[in-house]
Design a protein around this ligand. Structure first.
Ligand code: GLY
Ligand code: MN
Ligand code: MN
Length: 385
């Protein structure tokens, strides 16, 4: 479902992009986390990853730590800058009753007394070394690392999250369509990037979901190129990797254009990557192991003699972070679930010549998958007469 204004309906506001979207609610998430913590044998936990804190509580400030205590209690520790914002955001997200806001300069020292009964305290593995020392010194519990626990829960999106990601994908589709006429010899990569980012913002997104990639000619052989002042030339392959950020949630899409008639080599690359991406997307569905999608993409490129030029992973989950679970990589036995949102993005890269990548964002449904990114797969861009 998308409530975005269509092209031509005037300049939408940020509120316009969110209009009609269901409210984000966090009820039930702490309970699901507690079940997982029990399964890994910890009786209290410290959550510091900003996206995890946001997903659990709705809090978006730059300094937030969730401490999950025994007995159904949980705390959000933050500093005085957020004394007003934190309770308001928790109330709006539906977790004010279950989480107590504590304003304190040092989280470990402030809550040590509340952890007296804990035997094993899980610390997210991204807790800084100096913070881990503080926690170990402040509490009697054994401290153990927690890896991917909240991230695994976040990998299944609810309908309010999906609505934001779909809105973000629609904005990116429309930005690419609006800026496509700039794809002609003489326009620089950086000019196209600026136009895309400006269009994303004026369509109501908070901004791009990551640094927008515009990579032309030999630069397209760099999978994560930063746009330069290189002017596009006839015959160039041009990779555009674009996503939007809507209310914290991201989209991710790549299309490859060719300016004018492709060379035989470029045409073969476009054909092989297009077929590879289609094969990977066709494999996505509930119960499918993520490694099977990788295998489907690689088989097509191997058959085309380009397997060695596919130098990165096939895809990744997307959500509050641009790269999250599930990872779509060789050998992964993780079974996809309805509500997973992931990319399928094979590419081939030849130094000095160029590259091709095609990327869609797909949501796993009960019976297969549905693409969120809808911009047409590319074709030659006609050159001006
Ligand atoms: N745009 C970042 C990625 O595709 O992974
Ligand atoms: Mn991308
Ligand atoms: Mn991606």
């Amino acid at each position: 479902m998308s409530t975005l204004p269509r092209a031509g309906s005037g300049t939408p506001t940020a509120a316009g992009a969110l209009e009609g979207l269901p409210a984000l609610r966090v009820e039930g998430r702490l309970g699901r986390l507690r079940e997982r913590l029990g399964a890994v044998g910890v009786d209290a936990a410290v959550i510091v990853e900003p996206a995890n804190v946001r997903w659990l509580t709705g809090f978006t400030g730059s300094n937030g730590t969730v401490v999950v205590l025994g007995g159904g209690e949980a705390l959000l520790l933050t500093d005085a800058r957020y004394a007003e914002q934190a309770p308001a955001q928790l109330a709006e997200a539906g977790c004010a009753g279950g989480v107590e806001v504590v304003v304190a300069r040092r989280a470990a020292e402030a809550v040590a007394g509340r952890l007296e009964g804990a035997n094993r305290l899980g610390l997210e593995d991204s807790v800084a070394w100096r913070e881990q020392i503080r926690w170990s010194e402040a509490v009697h519990a054994e401290t153990v690392p927690l890896t991917g626990v909240v991230e695994n829960l976040r990998a299944v999106k609810d309908s309010a999250e999906l609505a934001r990601m779909e809105a973000a994908a629609r904005i990116a589709d429309e930005a690419l369509a609006a800026v496509a006429p700039m794809l002609r010899p003489g326009t620089t990569e950086a000019q196209i990037q600026r136009a895309l980012d400006g269009t994303i913002r004026s369509a109501g997104a908070s901004g791009p979901a990551y640094e927008t990639i515009v990579a032309s000619g030999p630069n397209s052989a760099l999978p994560h190129a930063s746009p330069t002042d290189r002017p596009l030339e006839a015959g160039d392959l041009v990779i555009i990797d674009i996503g939007a950020l809507v209310d914290g949630y991201r989209s991710d899409m790549t299309r490859t254009f060719v300016l004018g008639d492709p060379s035989d080599r470029a045409a073969a690359m476009l054909e092989a990557v297009g077929c590879s991406q289609a094969a990977g997307a066709a494999a996505v569905g509930p119960g499918v192991e993520a490694g099977e999608i990788d295998r489907a993409c690689r088989a097509v490129l191997d058959d085309a003699g380009m397997g060695d030029a596919f130098v990165h992973g096939t895809g990744h989950g997307v959500g509050l972070d641009i790269h999250e679970l599930p990872r779509v990589v060789s050998g992964s036995a993780v079974a996809l679930e309805p509500g997973n949102v992931l990319t399928v993005e094979p590419g081939v890269y030849f130094a000095g010549f160029g590259g091709v990548r095609v990327e869609d964002l797909l949501v796993v449904t009960d019976s297969g998958c549905r693409p969120l990114t809808l911009h047409p797969k590319t074709s030659p861009v006609p050159l001006p007469a």
